[in-house]
Design a protein around this ligand. Structure first.
Ligand SMILES: *Cc1c(COP(=O)(O)O)cnc(C)c1O
Length: 467
């Protein structure tokens, strides 16, 4: 019997074949050469190992098919879209806030061309990137001035470094928190060049505690951190923002408020528990307030600092500001998002984060029924179950968003089905509850239904389920 490896064509022969013509049109030649070499080597190895399945590949088209699959894997973007079936609206691992159409459009337009990012068009000379969004932020929050940086973590670093470098910052022991991903207030403070002055106890911190520590230590600022991602209940006490503002005033030091969540509409409009707005914090007397752009605001990743002009100016002049600066594409998306807030009704309707948070169980149930009917037509059984969504993104800890999900039973179990749902394009990220796969429609965006049905069908057929 002849050695089957002798039938393997050379790279050159494959590249010159009509089967490879479309491949070379669709992919860079060098990459095709590299992948073809790998494929040939693998086939050679498999033949050598006696793999019977490929003893007689069906001519050159076998190589062409194999090479195309490899090329598609090789050129697939690392960052790509997924369908969020978890019901967690601000899923940090899934990119937090999906943007409003107008915001995404503004970002694409700005990305494609030149802009007046740092150019004063009227005067015909250099302008400042920190001028953009300021007017809207002042209008929407009542702040005297504002500056936008890369994210809220950067905002905090800039604020602390500017107001308290080499000096102490008073923080309640109940607020020495980890925000997520190793971002801890005491460490950030230290990296920002300030030192921590701990005040009070974990569950109770009174105004007098702040007064005492300010007397003792060289405190240059008071920092209040919003407990956005956890709650302390029971025997608790906190100094109010207004009383801290009075104290900071008396001492001639700034009151800094890390608010995080960035809600820009009244929380009762969302049927969610009360959550402080930046405007409330400013009117209670905070000198600088920091919020995220991509949490409840529903915009792109950004850190927004609001507050008094003198302090905001000193932030602008800090050399660190350059290292934390926001890019033009983000500014375009943020500005378009903020514009929507001029009409809160419009914001609730057009900003996906707010729309998903406000989605009613009735509406979610209806969408489940429609999808379940489509799946039934494909011979795939599902049921509609009650499901609790979450706000996510380290906001509204413990708050549940009542709704409905589609529950699926995979022939090989929930883990296998969830894995098959993830391995395709676009991946569907679902939740496993009681050995069933739940797809919560709250976070499935309008227009994703067809893809979702297709992906469920693919996941079932990958499991050998014959539909
Ligand atoms: C989320 C959060 C941050 C971090 O904000 P990023 O925009 O993710 O950097 C800081 N502080 C608080 C209170 C937060 O909730």
């Amino acid at each position: 019997m002849s050695d089957p490896r002798r039938g393997i064509p050379s790279v050159d022969a494959l590249l010159a074949s009509p089967e490879f013509e479309p491949i070379l049109k669709g992919f860079p030649r060098q990459l095709v050469v590299k992948v073809t070499r790998i494929v040939i080597q693998e086939i050679r190895n498999r033949l050598l190992a006696g793999d019977k399945d490929i003893v007689e590949p069906d001519g050159l088209s076998y190589y062409a098919r194999t090479v195309v699959i490899r090329l598609e894997q090789e050129t697939m973007p690392s960052l790509r879209g997924v369908i969020n079936g978890t019901g967690v609206v601000l899923h940090t691992n899934l990119g937090r806030a999906p943007l409003a159409e107008v915001a995404a459009d503004a970002m694409a337009t700005t990305a494609r061309g030149y802009s007046n990012l740092e150019y004063d068009v009227e005067a015909g000379r250099r302008g400042s990137r920190y001028d953009h969004c300021v007017k809207l932020l002042r209008e929407l929050t009542g702040a005297e001035d504002a500056i936008v940086v890369n994210n809220n973590a950067a905002a905090l670093v800039l604020v602390l470094n500017t107001t308290a470098r080499g000096k102490g910052v008073a923080v309640s022991r109940g607020e020495l928190v980890e925000i997520g991903g190793g971002f801890r207030i005491p460490e950030i403070l230290e990296r920002a060049g300030a030192f921590l002055v701990e005040v009070g106890s974990t569950n109770r911190t009174r105004l007098s505690d702040y007064q005492n520590s300010i007397k003792k230590d060289k405190v240059a600022a008071i920092l209040k951190v919003h407990r956005s991602n956890f709650r302390i209940t029971g025997f608790t006490e906190d100094a109010t923002l207004a009383s801290l503002a009075d104290l900071a005033n008396e001492e001639g030091i700034p009151l800094l408020h890390d608010l995080g969540s960035g809600l820009f509409v009244a929380s009762d409009a969302l049927a969610l528990p009360a959550e402080p707005l930046a405007a409330d914090s400013l009117s209670a007397g905070a000198d600088l307030v920091a919020v995220s752009g991509d949490k409840l605001l529903g915009g792109p990743q950004a850190g927004i600092i609001l507050g008094n002009s003198e302090l905001i100016n000193s932030l602008r002049q800090n050399p660190l500001c350059r290292a934390l600066r926001v890019d033009k594409v983000t500014l375009a998306g943020l500005e378009a998002t903020l514009q929507l807030y001029r009409d809160p009704g419009q914001a609730l309707e057009l900003i996906p984060t707010l729309r998903m948070l406000g989605n009613t169980p009735e509406n979610l149930g209806k969408r489940c029924e429609e999808l379940a009917a489509e799946l039934t037509e494909l011979g795939i059984g599902s049921s509609i179950v009650e499901s609790e969504g979450r706000v996510g993104g380290g906001t509204y800890p413990g708050v549940k968003l009542p709704g409905f999900a589609l529950a699926l039973d995979g022939p090989d179990g929930a883990e296998a089905l969830a894995m098959h749902l993830r391995s395709g394009d676009p991946p569907v990220i679902a939740r496993i509850v009681d050995q069933r796969v739940f797809i919560d429609l709250r976070t499935v965006l309008p227009g994703q239904e067809n893809d979702l049905v297709r992906r469920v069908r693919e996941a079932f057929s990958n499991e050998g389920f014959d539909s």
